[in-house]
Design a protein around this ligand. Sequence first.
Ligand code: NAG
Ligand code: NAG
Ligand code: NAG
Length: 636
Amino acid sequence: MYQFWKSVLLIWIAVSHSSLAHLDWDSFLVRGFISLLANIRPNNDLGHPMCANLRDGNWMIEYIRKRLLLDEGTAELGKWIEENTKCFNNIPRYLVPSYFDVVITGIYILLIERSYKLMSDFVNRGSTFVRGLSLGSAQFAAFIKSADLPTLSPNLAPPKPPSRKNDKGEDVQTCVTLSAGLPHFAVGYMRNWGRDTFIALRGLFILTGRYEEARQHILGYAACLRHGLIPNLLDGGRNPRFNCRDAVWWWLYCIKDYTQEAPNGLNILADKVSRIFPTDESPAQPPGTVDQPLYEVMQEALRVHFQGLAFRERNAGRQIDEHMTDRGFNNQIGIHPDTGFVFGGNEWNCGTWMDKMGSSEKAGIRGKPATPRDGSAVELIGLSKAVVTWLSKLSKESKYPYSGIERTHKNGTITKWTFKEWGDKIQANFEKYFWVNTTPVPNEVRPDLINKRGIYKDCYGATQEWTDYQLRCNFPIAMVAAPELFSPQNAWTALNQAEKYLLGPLGMKTLDPEDWIYRGDYDNSNDSNDPSVANGFNYHQGPEWVWPIGYFLRAKLHFAALNGATKETLASTKVVLSKHFTELQTSPWRGLPELTNSNGSYCSDSSRTQAWSMACILEVLNDLQKIESAQTIFVN
Ligand SMILES: *[C@@H]1O[C@H](CO)[C@@H](O)[C@H](O)[C@H]1NC(C)=O
Ligand SMILES: *[C@@H]1O[C@H](CO)[C@@H](O)[C@H](O)[C@H]1NC(C)=O
Ligand SMILES: *[C@@H]1O[C@H](CO)[C@@H](O)[C@H](O)[C@H]1NC(C)=O
């Protein structure tokens, strides 16, 4: 199967920048062939630079052919291309562009059709929209030598990961990895991000039926667990960075999805994980030295959180982070004993997806995170609630060997919580600490910090207290992960506020436009001394990100049903999504961008196509399909 996907990737050059970008070819090539050919063909635009390149030499076709010859499963296609493009050496050069088009576009169409057939029914029988988004899984997934997955345990139960012989005749694992987005995150250590991977994994690999790739990612990142965390930057497990607090929760949440949606998904819990860092202090271990079942690795992550950990990032200093201040390298994670809320971080680091670190000396913001979101970030509470509720159920069914967690205090006493107790604590405290009532109520802690009512707070316990009360696009994530935490009426009120203030054409504003620090346009090279925007400081202070719109729409669909508003919500959801459909069809990248500027305007510093953007919209379409097919059954 891997071989097949590789050929889709290579041939679907329209979007295979991930395998091409590192060649540093002309940018037109990096932008892709197919969407260029699609424009060149009807206009017979033989003056296009791509046609000039094709006339000047056979590099492009050779590149494709040679890459296909590398693997057994794709070699045949490589040979076919070799046979059928021999004429390129004899025909007049001016004919080469059209021959190239005929060969490549022909293969492309066949492979795309075949790829739908190999994917899930949801894709294969899906709309043009669903199918277009599903191709994100071909676009972002590639085996890249400089950005590989840690080698999985040699003792892993079959199916084994794909491999190929290297120059020395040794087998080298060739698992794909998921680029966060293109062209910015194509190769090297910047390609693979823990949170991006696990936010995108369900959409791109589980809903599309590419379960093996999903499994390999879950196990490959598990291999790197250290300090109870999943790395922010993977770097093949060589120099992973543990400067994020959220990836581990996205990873656990994804394991839940995998067990529930992949065939025999629960088997993954016993899959062997080859630990690179069996203890926090151990040097990297070679594959297969320390194998553990996945459930032990999961339990370790939970145990370390419950015990509480303060650690300093290894190799702290300029060599790993150009801008972070010394205090930013000190990290902390824990579970609050009264509320069950996960918490962590400090004012000097940014451990969630809103991770912009100030870098402008001139504006006085170097080493200052724009959005530290320390304390308890709302989406992490939702994800952790979903995870402990699920584990509580599994444990009762004897499918997970632990019933809860424990913490040893300094005086030697032990506190034990079952997963159920943990979940109950979160349940009992969530509305109390996060809901900001539409009208003042007695005992509000900081009414002076309330700018908007009828919302859920973004955090609880941040050092910069006012930021807890900012209206941002994160609470809908918790609504999708753990809807039981929310009063349906309050949820509906808050979603209406989010719609009114945050919903943009393609993405969600990352901050309330009425907030004093809202700046809606991102320019990473803004060289001013304005501390609110210099060097793109406002990345998450207004610009409209695409992936959170997926969670917003899904939360709305869920709570619409509980508020008697399903019909109109189905309709409004489709209106919103029509813009994503247009973008997908017209973008030369055939993808959805990372973010837009204010009011959906083009952001030149955004990745043109981003894995989680495509994945999260695909998840909305999947929810829509489920709701509509349930309605059809009901009517019948
Ligand atoms: C031990 O420490 C914990 C946490 O500080 C506290 O709740 C508990 O009462 C202590 N127990 C004893 C026996 O001192
Ligand atoms: C930086 O951004 C501000 C606010 O948008 C703008 O007024 C200014 O011209 C920009 N400066 C530079 C040097 O790009
Ligand atoms: C946003 O863009 C739409 C469509 O281009 C336009 O109608 C609307 O006036 C714009 N709104 C703002 C606040 O700029």
